[in-house]
Design a protein around this ligand. Structure first.
Ligand code: SF4
Ligand code: SF4
Length: 386
């Protein structure tokens, strides 16, 4: 039976009691300390302290998600910390081991750098046609390592779908942090056709990787090379590559997020994000809009950092395929119309239960994957300052 939207209270739900919030946080507390609390795991004292801080940090954020029933602002604290601490830990270790951030391109292709998930879509066609992985060589030579990587990615993808880009990506937090700085967007009118660009980049990079037999995106277009390992500029080609990386980073990760308050690199460029969108189709969770409750005020569309809602999609009660399940839309909706949803159930069937189930999976993975990176970044800082 349709609900009369005029009778619905516009207020957000009341905070949950402290006792219930603590009880709901207990599994995350145990998981956090299992991951980081064992002194045997970290011989290094700084890493041990950093692990304990990380466990506490992740547990407190989850508690706040339970207590306030809001998701986005607490997830954002984790995600921005991840984005900022990743380069710190990465560069510290790179300089420690190699004495420089500049890596010869042959070494990158051979996989003598830490694993990055970005090239995964670029591997598929070369692997299908030639039964060879073009990158990274170190994993290609180790089928067990590759199988483990694919297994972890698949498990995360089934739960998260494109939520990967909100709970697991160690790059997106930088632009999310920059987008949070200005109180208002300076550029508000954004052409919806920009959503198609990541698909074009994905197609071009997959074909180019097949033709050149090298990970074209990593070699020419990854903005995050500017804050991780860059190509050792031994000739003009290397210099051009590095200039491209720096310009893309400055434009897509700093300037445009500041002007638009959107995650522009993720929304308009990232081929891995486009690839991961496909797996929203098989993920167990999705966001849905209860059309009987929706006004529609389009506050959710304005709040979405990823251009994953349009007037038409709201009218259909759906998000677009690129939705990364960040929860910004849910937090701003004054009518509790947009909700987490488990596929196969009725819309708005116990939405808080669906949110909890999603968050347990997403947060457990965030602790395991992002938490380790945060701990490494903190340990690097402790090594430098203590
Ligand atoms: S915020 Fe979005 S889902 Fe909520 S009432 Fe407004 S248009 Fe509908
Ligand atoms: S539709 Fe909602 S959950 Fe999806 S990306 Fe946009 S704000 Fe985040």
């Amino acid at each position: 039976m349709a609900t009369d939207a005029r009778n619905l209270p516009p207020a957000r739900p009341a905070p949950r009691g402290i006792g219930w919030s603590l009880l709901l946080t207990l599994p995350i507390l145990i998981w956090s300390f299992l991951m980081f609390g064992n002194p045997q795991v970290h011989a290094d004292r700084q890493m041990h302290i950093a692990g304990a801080i990380t466990a506490l940090f992740m547990t407190v954020l989850f508690f706040m998600m339970m207590r306030t029933r809001a998701t986005y602002r607490w997830r954002r604290i984790f995600f921005v910390s991840l984005g900022l601490l990743f380069p710190v830990g990465f560069i510290y270790n790179l300089v420690l081991v190699r004495g420089t951030m500049g890596i010869p391109i042959e070494e990158m292709i051979a996989g003598r750098t830490p694993f990055c998930f970005m090239p995964i879509p670029l591997l598929i066609l070369p692997a299908a046609f030639t039964r060879t992985l073009v990158f990274p060589g170190s994993i290609a030579s180790n089928s067990h390592g590759m199988a483990a990587m694919v297994g972890i990615w698949l498990a995360m993808t089934l739960v998260l779908g494109k939520g990967w880009c909100s709970y697991a990506c160690f790059f997106g937090g930088i632009e999310e942090g920059v987008a949070a700085i200005p109180p208002r967007a300076k550029i508000r009118k954004l052409d919806p056709r920009l959503r198609l660009v990541p698909w074009a980049v994905l197609l071009a990079m997959v074909l180019l990787s097949l033709a050149l037999f090298e990970p074209a995106y990593c070699m020419w277009l990854c903005p995050f090379k500017a804050v991780s390992e860059y190509v050792a500029a031994r000739n003009l080609l290397g210099l051009i590559q590095n200039i491209i990386f720096i310009l893309l980073f400055a434009g897509l990760v700093i300037v445009l997020p500041f002007l638009t308050k959107k995650r522009t690199q993720c929304s308009w460029f990232c081929p891995f994000g486009a690839f991961q969108s496909i797996f929203n189709k098989i993920s167990i969770f999705e966001m849905k809009i209860d059309k009987d409750r929706c006004k529609p005020c389009l506050l959710c569309q304005n709040a979405c950092p990823n251009l994953s809602l349009s007037k038409e999609s709201v009218a259909r009660g759906e998000t677009l395929m690129s939705c990364m399940k960040c929860g910004a839309c849910v937090d701003v909706c004054p009518r509790e119309a947009i909700v987490w949803h488990i596929k196969g159930t009725q819309i708005a069937w116990k939405p808080e239960r669906a949110r909890l189930m999603f968050l347990y999976g997403a947060w457990a993975m965030a602790i395991m994957f992002g938490g380790s990176i945060i701990a490494q970044g903190l340990a690097a800082i402790l090594h430098i300052v203590v």
